[in-house]
Design a protein around this ligand. Structure first.
Ligand code: XUL
Length: 528
């Protein structure tokens, strides 16, 4: 009988599902549900609630739960053999936190299949909204925690990263400081990933070593909660956090609610979820150390698998646990596809094909023109005052501005990933914008490295499905090997290899210095 596994990905803008047939090495079903369109009553834009403060970005956790109901209903309608799924895992946008009260555990254990999930969860939240990874409102709390932990270098070497505005610890601290009563009523803090896993398992789920590392609360090497970090964050926090566990590890059988409502097999396993980036590492097959990918999504990320845990002394990059059991490294740039979209809107460019054509019309290096696209507060480099900055760049020149934004995004990646000391033989490109050859040529030239396109639109959900398979095989005592398990699922698109143009690469080697100086100048102006 076919071995079927489901992977879900609860991201910023959508919930996606991928079902794999493990032995046939095939994805047999894919589906995505866009929050704004499918659940308009939550009034989100791109999955985020409007807020007067541009630094505050929250989403409603009930919306994510309602989306879970909807996607299962859709799968049932589409004839997915839900009764034959052996295990389910998932991934969530990283860092976002859900605050539960003392009614949550009981509600999860007694989910009523006759009622929508959202109704089952009425009254279980100690905080109605969840701060998500796009939030940059906790600079003060970051400074406070960092100071208590002994500075950037020490914070990074203990928790895997310096304190970051979007990381869960600083967010929890802000909640504790600004809403102490609600914090006191919080009995459980979950991540987006562990919250969603809890719904499927019908009990509070563990947080995994991948997503747990995005909290500034976990000891990155020992993989347990770090008591100094907990103390620096908020009182009584240890009592509010679930245990830590390996991604994909079996939690138990799925909640009877999902069995009754959607016909799941009562023996199907609910497993521990992870963050979207750790799951993508699996989905893209980055199993061997030194393999690197660039994902061009809502956020642009540069990530790869690491042999041993090496943290960034300057505090810009992150180290997370990888679902393979080792480590992964990541740098996250907030101004990814939404920033590219802003430029497209600004210059009234009809579609992405046209955008790529305009990039192709302009010379590498853009005649020295540089654009810093910080439409939103940026993570790397840290920018808390949004705004765009042009250097030697004509604002009226649409084509030059299209090239400039992508060149800047790639130069920022190169500059800020130098600490990783990886010189990959090739970079895998994935995510929406990786379909555009002109952009990929810029990527190959700036990075001076071959680029291969991997066409997996849902790499995180695929990774999650593979994690479910790993967890199920492990629970069956089969000691699965990641390399064997993932083989055949993600292959570069045939003939998609793009080689760097030597002349262009030389131009970028030089331009990088100018780019770095522009960043310094803009940052000095912002913070003087
Ligand atoms: C990673 C990060 C983002 C989110 C996007 O640190 O903040 O990539 O995970 O969902």
């Amino acid at each position: 009988m076919a071995k079927l596994f489901l992977g879900l990905d609860s991201s910023t803008q959508s919930l996606s599902a991928v079902v794999i047939d493990l032995d046939a090495r095939k994805v047999i079903y894919e589906q995505s549900l866009n929050f704004d369109r499918a659940l308009p009553h939550y009034k989100t834009k791109n999955g985020v609630l409007p807020n007067r403060d541009p630094l505050v970005k929250h989403s409603p956790p009930l919306m994510w739960a309602e989306a879970l109901d909807l996607i299962f209903a859709q799968m049932k309608k589409d004839g997915v053999p839900l009764g034959r799924l052996l295990a389910i895992s998932g991934s969530g946008q990283q860092h976002g936190s859900v605050y539960l009260n003392d009614r949550a555990a009981g509600a999860l254990e007694n989910l009523d299949p006759r009622k929508p999930l959202a109704e089952n969860l009425q009254g279980v939240f100690a905080r109605k909204t969840s701060p998500i990874w796009m939030d940059s409102s906790t600079a003060k709390e970051c400074a406070e925690i960092r100071k208590k932990l002994g500075g950037i270098k020490f914070t990074a070497s203990r928790t895997g990263s310096d304190t970051f505005e979007r990381f869960t610890g600083p967010q929890i601290r802000k909640f504790y400081k600004t809403e102490p009563k609600a914090y006191a009523k919080t009995t459980g803090v979950a991540l987006v990933s562990s919250f969603m896993a809890s719904l499927l398992a019908g009990k509070i789920a563990p947080i995994d070593f991948g997503d747990g590392a995005g909290m500034n609360l976990m000891d990155i090497r020992r993989r347990n909660w770090n008591h100094d970090a907990l103390k620096a964050t908020a009182p009584g926090l240890i009592g509010k956090l679930p245990p830590l566990a390996a991604s994909g590890q079996a939690i138990g059988p799925v909640s009877p609610c999902f069995v009754r409502k959607f016909g799941l097999n009562p023996e199907a396993l609910a497993t521990v979820w992870t963050g979207d980036n750790p799951a993508s590492v699996i989905g893209l097959g980055l199993i061997k150390p030194g393999q690197v990918a660039i994902s061009l999504g809502t956020s642009d990320t540069f990530f790869g698998t690491m042999e041993k845990c090496q943290t960034d002394e300057n505090g810009e990059g992150h180290v997370f646990g990888s679902p393979t059991g080792g480590y992964m490294t990541l740098i996250c740039f907030k101004n990814g596809s939404l920033a590219r979209e802003k430029i497209r809107e600004l210059y009234k460019i009809s579609d992405w094909k046209k955008f790529g054509e305009l990039v192709a019309q302009t010379p590498p290096g853009n005649n020295g023109g540089i654009l810093l696209p910080w439409f939103e507060a940026e993570i790397v480099p840290r920018v808390n005052r949004p705004g765009i900055h042009r250097f030697n760049l004509d604002e009226q020149d649409a084509a030059a501005n299209c090239r400039a934004i992508f060149e800047a995004q790639m130069m920022a990646m190169r500059l800020h990933s130098e600490w990783m000391e990886v010189s990959p033989e090739q970079i895998y490109a994935t995510g929406g914008a990786s379909n555009d050859l002109a952009l990929l040529q810029v990527m190959a030239d700036v990075m001076n490295c071959r680029v291969l396109r991997i066409e997996i639109s849902k790499s995180a959900a695929l990774g999650a499905a593979l994690m479910a398979a790993h967890g199920w095989l492990d629970a069956a005592g089969e000691q699965p090997k990641w390399e064997k398990l993932t083989a055949g699922f993600s292959r570069p698109v045939p003939n998609s290899e793009i080689r760097p143009d030597k002349k262009a690469a030389r131009i970028y080697d030089k331009l990088l210095e100018k780019y770095a100086a522009c960043e310094d100048e803009a940052l000095a102006k912002l913070y003087c």
